[in-house]
Every structure is written in C-alpha cells, then in structure tokens.
Design a protein around this ligand. Structure first.
Ligand code: PMT
Length: 401
C-alpha cells in the first residue's frame, strides 16, 4: 500500500516550489494530497497540483453542497505524514495556537500524523519572538522544522527566510516515512566527540573529532525509539535538547561513565575519538615557556577492551580511525576488542572522517560480512549503522558466549 502524504501549501511566493515537491513525492511512489490556503490559491492554481499528483486538491473555502462535507477529516484519515511547504508565519501561528479556520489548519488539528514544516517568510518576520515561540511550541509537540535557509528573499532582502531546497525537504520526507520504531525498549550508549587529556590547567592533548558522527548515530537511535545516553567529549556540532548527554572530557571520565551504565544497556556504540595517551603528571600550574618540553605520557585504558570483560548480551560496535591499510587495521581491531561490528573510516581524507559532514566507511561484521556504502552525509550513514545494529539485536556472541 502506498504511504499517504498531505502536502499543505500556504501563501508564500515560494509556493511554486511546492509543485516540484508534490511531483517528487508522487515519483517516490507516495499518494499525495494537496491542501491549499486561500493565499496559496492566488499564487498557484489547484489545477497544477491536481495534474501533478493525480488527486483532487482540497481548497480553503467551505465545501460546496453535494461535495464531501468534511474534507479535513477525510483527507487526514490514513495519512502517514503532513508536510507544510511553504509554511508561512500565519499558518505556523494558527497551528501553534489550535486555530482551525480553513482546510489546512483544520487538517493540522485533525491529523495525528507527524508534521514537517518548511517555513518561508521575510527575515524580520521569522526572527519575531512570537514566531519563534510558535515554532518552539510546535517543536515541543513533535513538529519538525526544516529551514528556512539564507539567501535572497522574494522581497529583495538578503537573509534567513528562504524555503529549504526541495532536495533537502525530500531527504527529511524519506527519513520520516522510513521512521521505524525498531529500537523501542532498547537502551543504547553512544560515545561521541574527542577527549581532551590535560597537560596543565590551560593546555590539553586533543584530537579533531567534532562529534558529528556520534551525534548522528545517537539522533537516529532516538528517532527509532531507543533510550539513548550519549557520553560526549568535546563537541563541535549542534545537539538537540531531546538527547540525554553526559559530558566526559578525558578517557578516564568516559570510561567511568560508560562502565557504570554498560551492564544495563543493550548496545554500546563507540564513535568517540578517545585519546590513547594521557599525561602522567598533570601540572597544577601553567607550565612556563621553555626551549623544549618533554611530556611523559601513559597509555589510557581501552574502554572497549574493558567493557569486553563486563559483557553479557550487549552488542558492541567500535569505530576505527585509520590513515593506512584501513580495512586490514579495522579487522584487527574488531578481533582484538572482540566487537560485533566495526566501522572503519579513512581519517587522512578531508572530505570525510574528522569534522566533515559526510563519511565513507567500510562496515565489517564479526561474521566476516563487509559493506561499503557510498560517501553519504553522516545522518544517512547513521541510519545504515543502526540498521545493522537492529539486525544484531538481541544478539549472541558469534563465538558462542
Ligand atoms: O566526530 P567526527 O568529527 O564526526 O569524526 C568521526 C570520527 C572520525 C571520530 C569517527 O568516525 C571515528 O572514527 N571514531 C573512532 C575514533 C578512534 O578513536 O578510533 P581508534 O581507531 O583510535 O579506536 C578504535 C575504537 O576504540 C574506537 O571505537 C574508539 O572509540 C575505541 N577506543 C579508543 C581508545 C580508548 N582508550 N578506548 C576505546 O574504547
């Protein structure tokens, strides 16, 4: 059966882009029902959407005698997703405050489906506290916002307020429709970011991890219903409020936080770049500038190897950050740390790995299976990794333990 999606179109100049969006959704095999506000009908005709989607369009006015008297109920029934694109400040405001004075706002109230809002408006309007409050209200109720983006607006201003690219909206639509709750009831620990081993009160030994990979995995696991705790070192990326984050900046602190939670979890995913060494004698005061300085380093405890000793039924996933012989080294780490799966990335490349938005990896399973997805945004890779974790859960160790 096809997924039914409602596309709400409100009155922004960018309403013409909704035509492309409706066509793309239809091409994806979705049953698309367009609902228009009165202002949108002035900017683009319902006929365009009827031709593109093959379905009648629900307009703003009251239904005529002889027609479906309650289109807001009929249309919203069975819908998997509502996408409001473009979403004006007016529609956002009405939806946030339970006002249902036309078909689209009535459907937003009548439907239980997830709603994606793609705002488009003038920068000043978008930045108004009341608009931001309305957005926050809808987000708190589960509404998802994509954009707006920055650029030249229809009014001629440069700034934030442009409708997101149709391609980007489609990525979110696909994600939401594939939303599986296949991790419901599972407790997952994800480590992310880089550790910082102190040298003295102002200096540390660190690495270039931004945390993007770990955060993407944690987000994906949350989306799929898991109870996720993210143990994070230094992060250079946005973390959403609905993610439980425990900060742990050194390998020892990370070990302590993970160790205390590990017995109660179903899966540990170590995406953090944990420093292999720490300074043996951390100086209490800032070290004075000298001609040369020798640091005495000692090895940090390997967290994954330590968890191996505590392991019962947990699924354990490691990463390998390599600059040469990546797959061979990754395989060695998988066996040495007795992992179920290892995600190997070549961190010598600038376009993937540390700090990048994309990653290209080889995923090696304990069974010997390997997959090499194309280079994709980290959020997409996270979906692939979590798919693999789901296949392993509830898991037994392949060597029978
Ligand atoms: O954070 P981003 O900027 O998005 O970059 C992502 C990433 C490159 C950091 C990520 O994809 C990645 O590769 N993470 C692992 C980095 C790493 O520490 O790799 P490693 O090969 O040194 O370690 C192997 C595994 O052992 C890792 O899962 C690591 O978390 C773990 N480890 C390492 C040291 C230690 N003391 N204890 C550990 O458990």
């Amino acid at each position: 059966m096809k997924d039914k999606v409602i596309l709400g179109v409100s009155g922004s100049i960018s309403a013409y882009k909704a035509a492309d969006l409706s066509m793309r959704m239809k091409e994806m095999g979705l049953e698309v029902h367009v609902v228009m506000t009165a202002a949108a009908e002035k900017l683009i005709t319902p006929l365009t959407f009827e031709a593109l989607t093959g379905n009648p369009v629900t307009c703003s006015g009251m239904p005529e005698p002889g027609k479906d008297p309650m289109p807001h109920i009929t249309v919203s029934r069975g819908a998997s997703l509502v996408v409001v694109a473009p979403a004006t400040a007016n529609v956002i405001g009405k939806a946030a405050n339970g006002i249902a004075d036309d078909s689209l706002t009535s459907i937003l109230l009548a439907s239980n489906a997830r709603v994606i809002f793609a705002p488009a408006m003038n920068t000043e309007m978008y930045n108004k506290p009341v608009v931001q409050e309305n957005i926050k209200k809808l987000q708190d109720q589960g509404g998802f916002f994509i954009g707006p983006t920055t650029g030249t607006l229809a009014c001629g201003d440069e700034g934030l307020g442009k409708l997101s690219d149709v391609d980007d909206i489609m990525v979110v639509v696909k994600k939401f429709l594939r939303l599986k709750r296949d991790l419901a009831g599972k407790k997952i620990i994800v480590s992310a970011g880089g550790t910082r081993e102190p040298i003295d009160p102002v200096r540390f030994l660190g690495n270039r991890s931004s945390g993007k990979m770990g955060v993407a995995i944690a987000n994906e696991a949350v989306k799929r219903g898991a109870d996720v705790t993210m143990i994070a070192g230094a992060l250079e990326t946005h973390v959403s409020d609905d993610l439980e984050v425990i900060r742990a900046f050194t390998a020892d602190a990370m070990l302590e936080e993970i160790e205390s939670r590990f017995p109660g979890c179903h899966c540990l995913i170590m995406a953090a770049a944990v420093g292999d060494y720490k300074v043996r004698n951390v100086a209490n005061n800032k070290i004075k500038k000298m001609d040369s300085l020798l640091l005495d380093l000692e090895k940090n405890t390997d967290i994954l190897s330590q968890m191996e000793k505590l392991r019962k039924e947990q699924i354990v996933v490691g990463f390998a950050a390599e600059t040469e012989r990546a797959v061979e080294n990754g395989k060695e780490k998988l066996l040495k740390k007795n992992l179920h799966m290892i995600v190997v990335n070549d961190v010598s490349r600038k376009d993937i790995g540390f700090g990048a938005d994309d990653n290209e990896v080889t995923i090696i399973m304990r069974s010997g299976d390997e997959i090499t997805p194309n280079k994709v945004p980290k959020a997409e890779l996270a979906e692939i990794i979590i798919d693999k974790v789901v296949e392993l859960l509830p898991g037994k160790f392949v060597d029978g333990r």
